[in-house]
Every structure is written in C-alpha cells, then in structure tokens.
Design a protein around this ligand. Structure first.
Ligand SMILES: Nc1ncnc2c1ncn2[C@@H]1O[C@H](COP(=O)(O)OP(=O)(O)O)[C@@H](O)[C@H]1O
Ligand SMILES: [Mg+2]
Length: 340
C-alpha cells in the first residue's frame, strides 16, 4: 500500500479530531455513522453548534432526557458520564463480598456482592424494603454483616472496631433518610456540629467553613433560622451542607429528594452534581427519583431482596430488558414485583 501524501495525512487528522463524543458514540455503536452525519449536516460551522446538535441527538437517543441537561452538555459532567458509559473505567472504593444480614428473623442482605466505583456518582435504586438503607449502614460500619465482608479501599470495615473504625468513618459523611437536623439548633449550629465534634478547628474557622458551605447550597444568610422555620427543600439543603462541611472523601445520601416537589428535586440533583464537579468525592445516593436519577449519575445499582439485580453505567440500567427492572422503572403494577 502506498504512503498517504502530506495532504491526505492532514485531512485524515482533521477529520479524526473535532468530535470526540460523536465519534466515540459511533465507534461504540451507540449511534450510526448516518445519525452522526445527520447531526453534523445541520451544523453551521462552529464547534459549539456541532456539540449542541450532538446534544439533541443524545436526547433523542435517550442518553440524556432532561432538557436542562442540553444546556449543560458543555458541562464536564455530561461528557464524563458518557465517557464512563463507553469506557467503563473506574477503580473500586467500596466492595461487598458475599454479605449476609438477618434482621428480626428476616434475611435482609442475601449474599450481596457490590462494587462502588471511586470518584463517581452511584445511584442505588430498588423497591422499598429491598435493603438499600441497610446496605448504606454497612458501608460505614453502623451495621455489621452476619457473614461476608465489607471493604473500603484496603480497610475491612466489617471487621474493624474502636479507633480503626472511627478512622475509616472519618472518610465518610452520611445524610440519613430522615434528614435529621437537630430541632433545637439553628442552621449554623447544625452544620457546624460535625466540625465541633470531629475536628480541632478554631470557632472562627468553623464559622467560616459553615458560611461557605451554606453559600454552596444556596442558604447564605439563613444560618440563624431553626429547622421548623425552613421549607422541606431548605431542610434537605441544610442537611446536605452538614454532610459536606467535613470535606469527606465519600458521601452517602439516603433519599435526599424524598418528599420534595420535582423542581426542588431537580435543584438538589444539580447541587449534588455541582458538589461532585467541585470536589470529585465518591457519592453514593439512594434514590426513588426514577427515571430522573439516570441523568445525574455515572453508575446505577439495582438492589432487590437484598441482592444486586443489576449494576452498571446508568444507560445500561435504564434500557435494561430485565422484567423486574423494567417494572420498577415504569412503575407498572403488572410484573414480577408483587405489589399487593
Ligand atoms: N434496625 C432494624 N431492625 C430490624 N429490621 C430492620 C432494621 N433496619 C431495617 N430493617 C428491615 O430490613 C428491611 C430492609 O430495610 P431498608 O434497608 O431500610 O429498606 P430500603 O431499601 O427501603 O431502604 C426492611 O424489611 C426493614 O424492615
Ligand atoms: Mg431506605
């Protein structure tokens, strides 16, 4: 075969360069070359427009569904989520090996094997009572397995106690399902609480950090309010600020949007993603916000009857053909999950 001329070589290079997302989608058979061409054919020449059109295509394809995310296409997170979908590259930070847990005579975790990718957002979904909150409590050693092991990095959390366990716990912060602000403390004191408990920062440093955190969750100037003076969404944001203030490596969120209207739910999701983009913490979020949650995370774990029914990049789960997962996502009454 003859060598390409200098002109041919530069043309090839130019063609290969400008659209990494579109080309990777084609390469991974997510869209056809023709669909990519259609999107490109409409572009007026600037790379911004090209990407906006690819964004529309992604919505059509079901990669992203929320219109707000079209604006956010240039947001690094969307790109990274797609890259994760395609390349599946991440190390594991939390691992469950054959975990069994019986509570009140009922097997709640049944040979649970689970991996949480490091520095990604993972959503845990599944019907109520499936063992999601119990799983989260095992990650921080609040519950211990009857059998099996839970690892955080190279630490066997399920076997640790005392000071060693406390050291691992320092890597975490957790927003409990109940939200649980202290009613007798104002917002500032609520958010400052873990810093006063766990650190030796000066009062001035604590108040500074609290104020920054309140700004980040859009509660600037609300520090003097008490929980019963706040709306549901504000309470969740205050609880989120409290979870973030210790600057943990891993954040566990148990239904952070439960009981909130769709707009506040959206705002909380934005906040979680924004936090992730600023910090790159590992975030594990139990959620019933299906299908919205698929837009906001890299990885999804479906827990069902104490086992992992499926685990993978969010689009894999969203388009799963498993009847139980399909029923859960659609909310249909007919299906393998017996409701009544
Ligand atoms: N501390 C506990 N003592 C006894 N049973 C519990 C306890 N915590 C959870 N359970 C039971 O374990 C099952 C799974 O609970 P949970 O993990 O809270 O479910 P979900 O998936 O809704 O978060 C439920 O049947 C619940 O009643
Ligand atoms: Mg729960």
């Amino acid at each position: 075969m003859s060598q390409p001329s200098a002109l041919q070589a530069s043309t090839i290079q130019e063609e290969a360069m400008p659209l990494p997302i579109g080309e990777r989608l084609v390469r991974n058979q997510c869209i056809t070359p023709q669909q990519l061409q259609e999107a490109l054919a409409q572009q007026s020449g600037t790379s911004v427009n090209k990407e906006a059109l690819i964004g529309k295509k992604l919505i059509e394809m079901g990669y992203i569904s929320h219109p707000a995310l079209l604006e956010c296409l240039f947001h690094q997170l969307t790109r990274e989520r797609i890259a994760y979908q395609l390349d599946r590259q991440a190390s594991t930070i939390i691992r469950f090996n054959h975990v069994e847990k019986t509570l009140d005579g009922r097997k709640v975790l049944d040979n649970l094997n689970l991996e949480i990718p490091a520095n990604k957002i993972t959503a845990i979904i599944g019907i109520s009572g499936g063992g999601k909150s119990v799983t989260l409590k095992h990650m921080v050693g609040l519950m211990k397995p009857d059998q099996g092991e839970v690892w955080v990095g190279d630490q066997p959390v399920s076997k640790l106690s005392g000071r060693q366990l406390n050291e691992v716990r320092r890597r975490f912060s957790m927003l409990f399902q109940e939200g649980a602000l202290f009613d007798s403390l104002n917002v500032t004191d609520n958010v400052a609480f873990p810093l006063r408990e766990k650190t030796r920062l000066s009062e001035q440093e604590i108040l500074q950090r609290v104020e920054t955190c309140l700004q980040e969750v859009n509660l600037a100037g609300m520090g003097h309010k008490f929980p019963d003076e706040l709306s549901g969404g504000m309470k969740k944001r205050a609880a989120l600020a409290r979870a973030l203030v210790t600057q943990p490596e891993i954040i566990l969120l148990d239904e952070p949007t439960a009981g909130l209207d769709p707009i506040i739910e959206n705002a909380i999701h934005y906040l979680i993603c924004d936090t992730y983009m600023r910090t790159r913490y590992t975030i594990v979020c139990i959620s019933h916000a299906v299908p919205a949650i698929f837009d906001w995370c890299h990885h999804v774990v479906v827990l069902h009857r104490g086992r992992v029914l499926a685990s993978g990049p969010s689009l894999d789960i969203r388009h799963s053909t498993d009847p139980t997962i399909k029923q859960f996502i659609s909310g249909a009454l007919d299906g393998p999950i017996q409701v009544i």
